[in-house]
Design a protein around this ligand. Structure first.
Ligand code: 0YR
Ligand code: MG
Length: 370
């Protein structure tokens, strides 16, 4: 039975001083989250992912403390979905929410509930969700060649990730003010890595139609696996139109807050690689719904790692539509059981829970006042 909740906010430095994509420039990854205490020895941990902006991180933790906590105290944790419904369909919160702060707060709580459920069962969450040992889950690395790094650093980064660390798939950012520069960078990366490495590109919502159609059309020349978030995040008809006019598949989903949002993009044909993020949807519960929806439409799911894969690895092992998961190493060291990747393949977590238990020393080191 749930007895109390306690929120936290961690700001963890990124690998280098500052990284940027076409739209964001950050020095830290934010982890507003919650510890859920019970009348047993088990404590559930859940968090969402932000750009470490303390004021908005506090809106998330305030939402948990002031709105969700009272819906949870006294409840049993055996059915996260039941509690998810109680929180998601709570009329006063529905009125002010359904996307944004309230949903990211819901995500943190839902992940903590799954963590608890698997801790009670004394098994890693992927087992609770029906995952099997046999599956091979590939990691692709996004932490190479950010848009603020020059071409030499980009090449150095992607070579390190592939030749030294053994990744078979990497993602690079695009969306420079001058599109010719993007083309030169992609061409240089393809040349440096040869034809056996998968290259994903990510414009983080920067481009517009018809202005950027030319660069979008020539991505196919470099055998790019996908173009991610080519257009503005909410532009359903734009992505649908674009999908019909270019050969490169479209990936998106990291900025979508609900199953309904995904349904719109999927049914309009605007997405090929479906990218739910359990830290932005209402947690594992709703991310699984998106995976199932994608499966019905025979679309591959490649989750976006707002949690840096730490907890979504469980859902990814368990769901048949996922073979590839994004990884960024920024927060890995903070956990009791850090993720392990060997030559681009994830090892399976063994500790009970959702992988979200944070070591106390890092709670103190990176913790901010909630
Ligand atoms: C930095 N992954 C992404 C980072 C990343 C962003 O803003 O958050 O690039 O989330 O697009 O696919
Ligand atoms: Mg992205």
């Amino acid at each position: 039975m749930i007895t109390s909740l306690e929120t936290f906010i961690l700001h963890v430095p990124v690998t280098r001083d500052r990284i940027a994509d076409s739209t964001h420039s950050i020095t830290h990854w934010g982890m507003p989250g919650v510890k859920i205490m019970t009348d047993s020895e088990h404590v559930g941990y859940g968090f969402t992912g932000t750009h470490a902006h303390l004021a908005s991180d506090r809106l998330i933790t305030d939402c948990i403390t002031n709105c969700y906590a009272e819906l949870l105290i006294g409840e049993e944790v055996d059915e996260p979905r039941k509690l998810w419904e109680k929180m998601a369909y709570n009329p006063p919160l529905q009125w002010v929410g359904r996307a944004g702060i309230t949903t990211m707060a819901l995500a943190a709580v839902d992940i903590a509930l799954w963590d608890l459920k698997s801790k009670y069962r004394e098994e890693p969450l992927w087992k609770t969700l029906g995952g099997k040992e046999e599956k091979k889950l590939e990691a692709y690395n996004t932490d190479g060649g950010w848009l603020n790094f020059n071409q030499d650093m980009l090449i150095e980064d992607v070579k390190r990730l592939t030749l030294q660390d053994g990744y078979k798939s990497i993602k690079m950012k695009v969306g420079k003010p001058d599109s010719n520069e993007d083309i030169h960078r992609i061409e240089a990366v393809r040349k440096a890595l040869g034809n056996d490495v998968r290259i994903m590109t990510d414009a983080n919502g920067r481009w517009r139609l018809p202005d950027n159609l030319e660069i979008l059309s020539c991505l196919k020349d470099f055998d790019v696996t996908w173009i991610e978030e080519p257009l503005w995040h909410d532009d359903v008809s734009g992505h649908s139109e674009l999908a019909k006019s270019i050969q490169t598949p479209i990936a998106l989903g990291e900025m979508l807050y609900s199953l309904a949002h995904f349904r719109e993009f999927i049914s309009s044909g605007g997405v090929r690689f479906v990218q739910p993020d359990a830290t932005r949807l209402g947690g594992i519960t709703e991310a699984l719904d998106v995976c199932n929806l994608a499966q019905e439409h025979q679309l591959p799911v490649t989750p976006h790692a707002g949690d840096m894969a730490q907890t979504q690895i469980h859902m990814s092992i368990a769901h048949p539509s996922i073979e590839l998961l994004e990884f960024i190493p920024w927060i890995t060291h903070c956990f009791e059981e850090p993720l392990k990747i060997d030559s681009g393949i994830f090892s399976y977590p063994q500790m009970p829970g959702a992988g979200t238990t944070i070591r106390n020393e890092y709670m103190e080191m990176y913790g901010k006042k909630v």
